[in-house]
Design a protein around this ligand. Sequence first.
Ligand code: ADP
Ligand code: MG
Length: 158
Amino acid sequence: MPESLHCPDEAATVAVAQALADRLVGGEVILLEGDLGAGKTFFVRALARALGLDESIPVTSPTFALVHEYPETRLPLLHADLYRLGDPDELLYLDIAERLGVTPWVAAIEWGLALSDALGSPDLVIRLHATGESEREVSFEPLSEHGRSLVGALDSLR
Ligand SMILES: Nc1ncnc2c1ncn2[C@@H]1O[C@H](COP(=O)(O)OP(=O)(O)O)[C@@H](O)[C@H]1O
Ligand SMILES: [Mg+2]
């Protein structure tokens, strides 16, 4: 099981997102951590494309809306960014847990680790770390059995 992968360029990060997307079945909660500019939104965009989102539909940072939904992908994708969330109680207004209960979204949540108790049961934490202009270290922490199998499937990228 890879604990981390070195991505020398954007294409390598896209390949990781594609390999992950291939194994998703719906209903996963994936937390993305890493500094601003590390590539969390970039990763989710690649995930959306790998799940079949048409290039004509932009995947932008949900910095202000906090949650974007892409129901038109192979598996419906929910993309959240909780950076601006001050209080965990505000999560209630976003209805994320409720939305996850209604639709088996693949939920990709930036800055969700601190609030993970309120996010149902996360499967995987993906941490991105910039080691150069276009180099990223991507590490994986599975939080569920399914998360472990998702990470195991990335072995082929080593
Ligand atoms: N190997 C790489 N993987 C991911 N992003 C990269 C890589 N190299 C350069 N980048 C750039 O880094 C930036 C990451 O921005 P973004 O995804 O918005 O970060 P975050 O959501 O973590 O704040 C993008 O402009 C992307 O093009
Ligand atoms: Mg972002």
